[in-house]
Design a protein around this ligand. Structure first.
Ligand SMILES: Nc1ncnc2c1ncn2[C@@H]1O[C@H](COP(=O)(O)OP(=O)(O)OP(=O)(O)O)[C@@H](O)[C@H]1O
Ligand SMILES: [Mg+2]
Length: 255
């Protein structure tokens, strides 16, 4: 059975059908890309997958169970985590606190454990600290652990956001333009990290990216959205040679 199965997913805003009959299937450990010109509906698709928008039609199933109607935090608890096109960190908190907050949403001790400082609280806090530091190492941010998130350069903020998503221990990770604003060297390193975490954490990843060559280099399977509809899907090689895809992108360049 597919890990994620999206069937005929649609949403309209007033008269605009931003996503129309989206069908998408991800198997466990897929590293897939969702590409398309500006305004194609990519972020809107992520917003439906994560419960930010309720679809007008269609269904989203994770491991065969429908996610429709669940709130974003409930979907996160089911194992879906995401990052945002516009970075959303707690800027006035330290790097490590950004991760610990994410771990807290899955903490094993309750409010009383924390208030009364029961033994479970201390072991839980220690475990969270250690796991947070491990993630920071993976994303090459361990030396910045005490820094305020706002003070990090842009590329590091993007990596911290991925680390934070990872702290919720997802099975499915959705990345909305993770390399936006990064230089080529940072982008290259990030793509290696994405590959590595997929393998290491047994993850399934769907990433939105504008840069075709980048997506072709990292993704094994690609979906192309244009005006809210899937116009092509396949391997990078198939997508590269697809006439409708070439037209959609040339059309964008020409405008
Ligand atoms: N909350 C909303 N209300 C009204 N229209 C919306 C809303 N969210 C998205 N849209 C519209 O839906 C369409 C798709 O937007 P979306 O942000 O999903 O595109 P995108 O593919 O992510 O584009 P980009 O590459 O620029 O990020 C756009 O026309 C956008 O204006
Ligand atoms: Mg977008």
């Amino acid at each position: 059975m597919a890990l994620l199965s999206v069937s005929d997913l649609s949403i309209s805003f007033g008269g605009l059908r931003a996503v129309s009959n989206l069908n998408l299937e991800l198997n466990k450990n897929d590293l897939a890309g969702l590409i398309g010109p500006n305004g194609a509906g990519k972020t809107t698709a992520f917003n439906m997958l994560t419960g930010v928008y309720l679809p007008t039609e269609g269904d989203i199933k994770l491991d065969g169970k429908s996610l429709l109607g669940l709130k974003p935090y409930q979907i996160n608890h089911c194992g879906v985590a995401r990052t945002f096109q516009n970075i959303r960190l707690f800027g006035d908190l330290s790097v490590i606190d950004n991760l610990k907050i994410a771990y807290h949403s899955h903490a094993k001790y309750g409010v009383w454990g924390a208030i009364c400082r029961l033994p479970g609280f201390y072991s839980g806090e220690k475990e969270m600290y250690e796991k947070s530091m491990e993630l920071l190492k993976i994303f090459k941010l361990e030396h910045k652990w005490e820094e305020l998130a706002n003070n990090l350069p842009y590329g590091e903020q993007r990596r911290l956001e991925i680390a934070r998503a990872m702290a919720t221990q997802p099975r499915l990770l959705l990345l909305d333009e993770p390399a936006a604003g990064m230089n080529p060297q940072e982008t290259h390193e990030l793509m290696e990290m994405i590959h590595w975490i997929r393998d290491q954490f047994d993850l399934t990843i769907l990433l939105i990216e504008h840069d075709m060559s980048l997506v072709m280099g990292v993704c094994e399977k690609i979906y192309v959205l244009d005006y809210g509809q899937i116009i092509a899907q396949g391997t990078p090689e198939e997508i590269k040679n697809n006439r409708r895809v070439i037209e959609a992108y040339l059309g964008e360049e020409a405008s």
